[in-house]
Design a protein around this ligand. Structure first.
Ligand code: AHM
Ligand code: MG
Length: 333
């Protein structure tokens, strides 16, 4: 059978009545094109002079890498003229980016973390791009910030691109999760991982253990039980991985199961965690749920949280359903 490129996959989905509107298909193709450009820059690294610090900070007060800025610009440039968007919002920009007056507008909103895990870029470890697509409740008129503040359950599509040994695009528009590998010779994404599924059971967890002393009691209890191994309450050994790139952790979980956690901690008690709801929590929760896993903030389903700010944080517990249920249950106890 001939290879199914991203374009063919999307066109075939569009033909299945109602599953994928044409303007959403074009938007996904445009995002994929921008991610291809990011992939080539990431791959060139020092050869293209794209490693190191940008010398600027973002709205979260984090130092930006050159590649954070480059990836953000690629996504803005590729998407501003396509006619499918009302506006964009990025982890790297304080305010929404409105489509310049000379271009036609569409009624979608695009949100992204242009280079997730960017602390890894200079040491040649996997990074990624995460994106989320919403309808603009204001139609194709310029949205206000409040129009972005929709629950994750309202997302029409979400995905990520992982820049690892292979570049892959993993996508959902509410119809399962599908993975495409970039064929560099042909310049196209090819369907290699249809219907990705997170196994319900796992023996692998991911958390930054160096923060252990700052965690809340339910998280301490859960991790203590995993670490106790065969002789503890779980009666078996668990293995740990921590890449410090959420995209890499989620991709591993989609491939072989696992649980990923970034809990709230006592270092910044006013913030419910490190990760951002709109750019990381919601799109990854949508993908994980579509693949049969679960995603909560310990209290509730991430996709049910009503956002109150574009850059708000969220505690994240996601992955294999049996484990996410246990740690979420400990928060209710
Ligand atoms: P970033 O979007 O600024 O790269 O930050 C998010 C990243 C996640 O990819 C990863 O899970 C986490 O930060 C790692 O944090 P830590 O350095 O505390 O382990
Ligand atoms: Mg990130």
């Amino acid at each position: 059978m001939s290879r199914i490129t991203l374009s063919r996959f999307l066109i075939e989905q569009q033909r299945k009545a109602g599953t994928l509107p044409p303007d959403l298909r074009l938007l996904i193709e445009t995002i994929a094109r921008a991610c291809k450009a990011i992939s080539f820059s990431v791959n060139k690294g020092a050869l293209a002079g794209v490693l190191g610090e940008a010398g600027t900070g973002n709205i979260q007060g984090e130092a930006q890498k050159k590649m954070d800025v480059i990836a953000n610009d690629y996504l803005l440039d590729a998407n501003e003229w396509g006619g499918n968007l009302a506006a964009m919002a990025s982890e790297e920009m304080e305010l929404p980016y409105h489509i310049p007056g000379e271009y036609p507008k569409g009624d979608y909103l695009l949100l992204f973390d242009p280079l997730d895990g960017s602390s890894n870029i200079d040491v040649n470890i996997t990074v990624g791009t995460i994106f989320s697509i919403l309808h603009n409740p204001n139609g194709n008129l310029a949205p206000r910030e409040t129009h972005f503040l929709q629950k994750g359950s309202a997302q029409v599509a979400a995905g990520y691109t992982i820049y690892g040994p292979q570049t892959m695009l993993v996508l959902t528009f509410g119809n399962g999760v599908h993975g495409f590998t970039l064929d560099r010779e042909q310049g196209s994404f090819v369907l290699t991982h249809p219907d990705m599924h997170v196994p319900a059971a796992t023996g692998e967890f991911a958390i930054n253990m160096s923060n252990q002393r700052h965690w809340e009691a339910p998280v301490k209890r859960y991790i203590d039980e995993l670490l106790a191994g065969k002789t503890g309450p779980r009666g078996r050994d668990f293995n740990m991985r921590w890449v410090a790139s959420m995209v890499a952790e989620v991709h591993r979980i989609l491939t072989r199961g696992g649980i990923f956690m970034y809990p709230r901690d006592a270092r910044e008690p006013e913030k419910p965690g490190k990760l951002r709801l709109m750019y990381e929590g919601n799109p990854m929760a949508f993908i994980i749920e579509q693949a049969g896993g679960l995603a909560t903030n310990g209290q509730q389903r991430i996709l049910d949280i009503q956002p109150t700010g574009l850059h708000e944080r969220v505690a994240v517990f996601l992955g294999s359903s049996e484990e996410v249920e246990i740690v979420t249950g400990y928060h209710q106890a």
